[in-house]
Design a binder for this molecule. Structure first.
Ligand SMILES: NC(=O)C1=CN([C@@H]2O[C@H](COP(=O)(O)OP(=O)(O)OC[C@H]3O[C@@H](n4cnc5c(N)ncnc54)[C@H](OP(=O)(O)O)[C@@H]3O)[C@@H](O)[C@H]2O)C=CC1
Ligand SMILES: O=C(O)C1=N[C@H](C(=O)O)C[C@H](O)C1
Length: 273
C-alpha cells in the first residue's frame, strides 16, 4: 500500500485554508501534517480540525518551519508576501509546493519563478478542473472569433476578495492574447471612466464585480455585430479548488524541481488547439 501524502496547509484559518483542511482530512490518499497561519491569528494554538468539530492532533502555529518539518507538500492560498516567505522555507526543507495565491505583481512573480528552480511547484490562479477546461475553450474561441468580435472579460467575486481583476480573469486574458498572437500588456484595458472615446478594436477589456458571498464567476464575452457569444464558468463551492490542489500535490510527488501549472496536472498542456 502506498503511504498517504503528508500535506501542510498555509493560511489554515482562511476561506481556502479551512476548505483545504477539510479536503485533506477526507481524502484517502492524504494526511494532514501541519497547519500554520499568520502571527497574531486568533486560531493559533487551536486544533486544525476545531472548525469541523474534529480532533486532528495538528495544532495551528505561526512557526512555518515547525509546520512544514514533517510535510512533503505545502498547499498555500494566502497573500503574495506570505507565499514568498513560505516558499523560502520550502526551499530550505525540500518541501514541494502547491500555490493558489493570486495578486502577485511583476517582481513577486519573478521571485515565484526563481523559487521553482529549487522547489517542485504547481502555481495556478485557478485549481478547478472546469476553469482549466474553459481556458482551452477560450483558446479555440479566440482563434475562430479573431476578427470582428470585441472581447471583454467579466468577473464577480465575494466582498472580501482583495485583488482585482482576479488571477483567473487575467489568465483568461493571457490565454486569449496568446491565441491571437498579441501581448496582454499591449491590449488589456483595465479601467474605463468618463469620456473614454469609442472602443478600440483589438483590445481586451476587464470588468470587476465584488459583492456578498459570490464564490467566483468568470465570463468572456465575444461581442460581434448582430450576435454575442458568452463563455461562462461559475464556481458554487470552494471544494473544487481544494480537490484540484490535492490532484496537484499528487502530481508533484514524482516531479523534480520546476514550475508546473494545472494544465500540466490535468494533461491539458499537450492538448493542442
Ligand atoms: N488558485 C485558486 O484556485 C484559488 C485562489 N484563491 C486565492 O487564494 C488566496 C486566499 O484566498 P482566501 O482563502 O479567500 O483568503 P482569506 O483571506 O480567507 O485567507 C487567507 C489566509 O492567509 C492569511 N494571511 C494573510 N496575509 C498573510 C501573510 N502575509 N502571510 C501569511 N498568511 C497570510 C490570512 O490571515 P488573516 O485572516 O489573519 O489575514 C488567512 O488565514 C487569494 O489570493 C485568492 O485569490 C482563492 C480561491 C481559489
Ligand atoms: O479570491 C477568490 O475567492 C478566488 N480567487 C482566484 C482568482 O483570483 O482567480 C480564483 C477564484 O476565482 C476564487
Amino acid at each position: 500500500m502506498t503511504e498517504a501524502i503528508r500535506i501542510a496547509i498555509a493560511g489554515a484559518t482562511g476561506r481556502m485554508g479551512k476548505t483545504l483542511i477539510e479536503a485533506v482530512l477526507n481524502h484517502p490518499a492524504c494526511t494532514l501534517a501541519g497547519a500554520f497561519d499568520i502571527a497574531g491569528s486568533p486560531a493559533l494554538g487551536r486544533d486544525a480540525g476545531d472548525f469541523m468539530g474534529i480532533h486532528t492532533g495538528v495544532i495551528i502555529t505561526d512557526q512555518v518551519e515547525q509546520a512544514l518539518a514533517n510535510a512533503q507538500v505545502m498547499i498555500d492560498f494566502t497573500r503574495p508576501a506570505g507565499t514568498l516567505e513560505h516558499l523560502n522555507v520550502c526551499k530550505r526543507l525540500g518541501v514541494k509546493a502547491v500555490i493558489g495565491t493570486t495578486g502577485f505583481e511583476g517582481e513577486q512573480m519573478d521571485a515565484v519563478k526563481a523559487a521553482s528552480q529549487s522547489v517542485s511547484m504547481v502555481w495556478s490562479p485557478n485549481m478547478a478542473v472546469g476553469v482549466n477546461a474553459t481556458f482551452k475553450l477560450l483558446e479555440v474561441a479566440a482563434k475562430i472569433l479573431s476578427q470582428g468580435y470585441d472581447i471583454e472579460v467579466i468577473e464577480a467575486h465575494h466582498s472580501k476578495k482583495v485583488d482585482a481583476p482576479s488571477g483567473t480573469a487575467l489568465r483568461m486574458g493571457e490565454v486569449i492574447a496568446k491565441s491571437l498572437n498579441v501581448n496582454l500588456k499591449d491590449v488589456g484595458v483595465f479601467a474605463r471612466e468618463g469620456i473614454t472615446g469609442e472602443r478600440e478594436a483589438g483590445t481586451i477589456g476587464f470588468s470587476t464585480i465584488r459583492g456578498g458571498d459570490i464564490v467566483g464567476d468568470h465570463t468572456v464575452l465575444f461581442a460581434g455585430i448582430g450576435e454575442r457569444i458568452e463563455i461562462t464558468h461559475k464556481s458554487s463551492s470552494r471544494m473544487t479548488y481544494a480537490q484540484g490542489s490535492i490532484r496537484a500535490a499528487q502530481y508533484l510527488m514524482d516531479k523534480a524541481t520546476g514550475l508546473y501549472d494545472m494544465q500540466d496536472v490535468l494533461g491539458l498542456s499537450q492538448f493542442k488547439v
